[in-house]
Design a protein around this ligand. Structure first.
Ligand SMILES: [Zn+2]
Length: 168
């Protein structure tokens, strides 16, 4: 914007990322996708053409005709904003308090890693289509969860590493 390379449509509410609470939803959205009162985030990518090579190959962030929050459509610096639900599920894998993970952290499922007989099977079962999550975010520093994530993620899933051991 300073150099003039990026010229947002005006007038426009800025805000390229944001978070809030769901107060209403469309008639096609049910509790499995998004609940009233649920904490949600708004992404920079508001929409894509869904027709270009990038979109057809699950590369929507690379779309050449995107709509972008706070740039080409109103962003999150407004009291209320509308977004498309992605229906993300958060599966907590931990040894902690299931109630806290669900109520305080927003997890839709909880798997106690020390009590499960087959973590890969349980994680896949927790996803809507049963083929595993799109991504795993690892915050622990033990090696085993890294191996497990590579096994339970769906094909083309990704592993986001937040915590790292010094030996990795
Ligand atoms: Zn596209």
């Amino acid at each position: 914007m300073v150099t003039g390379q990026y010229r947002p449509s005006c007038p426009l509410a800025g805000g390229h990322e944001g978070a809030g609470i769901v107060i209403a939803r469309g008639e096609l959205v049910d509790d499995d996708v998004c609940k009233i009162g649920e904490a949600v985030g708004v992404t920079w990518l508001n929409g894509s053409c869904l027709a270009c090579d990038f979109c057809q190959q699950a590369g929507e962030p690379l779309c050449l005709k995107p709509t972008l929050s706070g740039y080409s459509v109103d962003g999150t610096f407004q009291q209320y904003c509308m977004g498309k639900t992605m229906g993300l599920q958060a599966i907590a894998i931990d040894s902690g308090d299931e109630k806290k993970m669900r109520e305080d952290m927003g997890a839709t499922s909880f798997i106690h890693f020390a009590k499960t007989k087959n973590i890969n099977e349980d994680v896949r079962k927790a996803t809507r289509d049963g083929i595993g999550p799109h991504a795993a975010i690892l915050v622990g520093v033990n090696e085993k969860p890294f191996q497990q994530a590579a096994e339970y993620d769906r094909p083309r899933g990704c592993v986001v590493v937040i915590g790292l051991r010094s030996s990795l």
